[in-house]
Design a protein around this ligand. Structure first.
Ligand code: NAD
Length: 437
């Protein structure tokens, strides 16, 4: 029966004002049937067919409704049941931990937060309440070693100032826990060697948190280089720069930071170049500069600029600065086109564009992928390595290699001449490609 004779007043009284307003906005009342109005189908709600695979890591595939004209959404997430996930203790509740890592852990599929370590009981109490961490799983730096008796922790994630990484990695390994350590791995290559040895002798895994190697846009660019879609790479320009304040912060104390712009943010240019090319520099040449009298740069460098020569002939020109407006980008010039990444090293918002000639046109394209939380991808990769006993894609050796190169960069800047790197451009050993879904 059609409702042609129903008045607007009757309609509002039956359906409720909100539903009526939205329905009435899109349809003339006379077009609605009594089924629409009275929801006779409500009691007979059915789901359209969906494919529901048995395997936990296979996504549920829902029925299609978008046309291929639009960008498709990614597969539905496949979180593990919380009881089966790898359990993390996060050490150091500063900017990175509170702003990025703890929120990311909440979105992980194979990992969850179970413990905290902090020097501030008041801050830790609040964070523990926010994330549902039991009081008995909250530790100070003094009680840190007692983590070894905690059966609810599999991994210790070190998010402390750089110079403290070595001590907390080694103590964590001795507590029998796997270790995820923030970049830069340490303050020297010697420290890295000690950390690798300690994890090896404790038979625990060690991964360095190089999130860009798990970020989809940077991975896509690497794939386009590998497949030579734009020809052979010849030259890379890369910069990572930001503006600093607060000379009292550990980042501006050499003993705690190990250096200035280079190990903190220049490292991204260095590590990402190595990652996207899949080869290692054989020579570096650098300059550095700090504005005289600026209290920020009494101990660490403000600006560092360096070139790297790779065995294939690629030359990369990189720069990092602590005293300019934020800029994080790189461009790979190839013999048939270029690939450009804006916001390359940012926490989100990567923008990948490419260019090549097509007859009389230069064709520029933007490749836009579904945005994913790179911290969650990275953490879940480490959990996956533990669950399936694999080596991490960014192991301690990856951090060591960056420190060897950074030492050569500083040496070159100091001596004013190129420095050759031992190792014939062979990449360090790393685990299998991560499966990022
Ligand atoms: P932060 O200063 O905000 O936090 C450091 C934490 O360490 C604080 O909670 C502080 O209280 C604690 N701490 C313990 N002992 C300390 C000491 N002696 N001096 C100073 N602080 C001490 O620093 P952050 O920005 O969170 O950086 C922490 C680590 O994470 C660094 O290694 C940094 O390079 C790295 N980081 C990585 C990324 C990334 O994108 N992967 C981004 C930022 C920082």
């Amino acid at each position: 029966m059609e409702n042609k004779n129903l008045s607007r007043k009757e309609f509002l009284s039956i359906t409720g004002k909100t539903a009526a307003v939205s329905a009435a906005a899109s349809l003339p009342l006379s077009a609605l049937t009594t089924t629409d109005l009275f929801g006779q189908n409500a009691g007979k709600t059915t789901s359209p067919p969906a494919s529901v695979p048995q395997a936990q890591d296979e996504p549920i595939v829902l029925e299609k409704w978008k046309s291929d004209v639009d960008q498709q959404s990614g597969p539905t997430p496949t979180p593990m049941p919380p009881g089966g996930r790898i359990r993390y203790a996060v050490v150091g509740l500063g900017h990175l931990a509170l702003e990025e890592i703890l929120p990311a852990l909440s979105t992980c599929k194979k990992s969850r937060l179970t413990a905290l370590v902090s020097g501030s009981p008041q801050k830790m109490q609040k964070v523990a309440a926010q994330y549902g961490i039991k009081p008995e799983n909250c530790y100070s730096y003094q009680t840190y070693d007692q983590l070894k008796n905690n059966q609810e922790v599999d991994v210790i994630y070190i998010v402390l100032p750089n110079a403290l990484h070595k001590e907390y990695v080694i103590r964590g390994a001795r507590a029998g826990k796997h270790i995820l350590c923030e970049k830069p791995m340490a303050t020297s290559s010697k420290e890295c060697e000690d950390m690798i040895a300690a994890c090896r002798s404790a038979n625990v895994k060690l991964m360095i948190a190089y999130r860009i190697q798990y970020e989809p846009h940077n991975r896509k660019l690497r794939e386009l280089i590998k497949t030579q879609t734009f020809g052979i790479p010849k030259f890379i320009e890369a910069s990572n720069a930001q503006s600093s304040a607060n000379p009292a912060h550990w980042r501006f104390k050499k003993a705690l930071a190990g250096g200035g712009a280079l190990p903190d943010i220049g490292l991204y240019c260095l590590n990402t170049n190595r990652f996207i090319l899949g080869e290692e520099p054989i020579e570096v040449f650098a300059y550095q500069y700090s504005t005289p009298g600026n209290p920020l740069f009494k101990e660490v460098e403000e600006l560092i600029s360096w070139q790297m020569r790779f065995p294939s002939g690629v030359i990369a020109s990189c720069a990092s600065d602590y005293n300019v407006h934020e800029s994080r980008r790189y461009r790979v010039l190839c013999d048939k086109g270029w690939l450009n990444m804006d916001k390359a090293y940012a926490y989100k918002g990567q923008k990948l564009t490419t260019a090549r000639a097509e007859g009389m046109m230069e064709k520029q394209e933007e490749i836009s992928l579904a945005e994913k939380n790179q911290f969650a991808l990275e953490i879940d990769h480490f959990s996956d390595c533990i669950l399936h006993n694999k080596e991490p894609f960014t192991p301690g050796e990856e951090g060591l290699q960056d420190h060897i190169l950074m030492e050569a960069i500083y040496q070159s800047a100091k001596e004013g001449k190129p420095v050759k790197i031992n190792g014939q451009g062979k990449p360090p050993q790393r685990g299998p490609e991560p499966k990022l879904d």
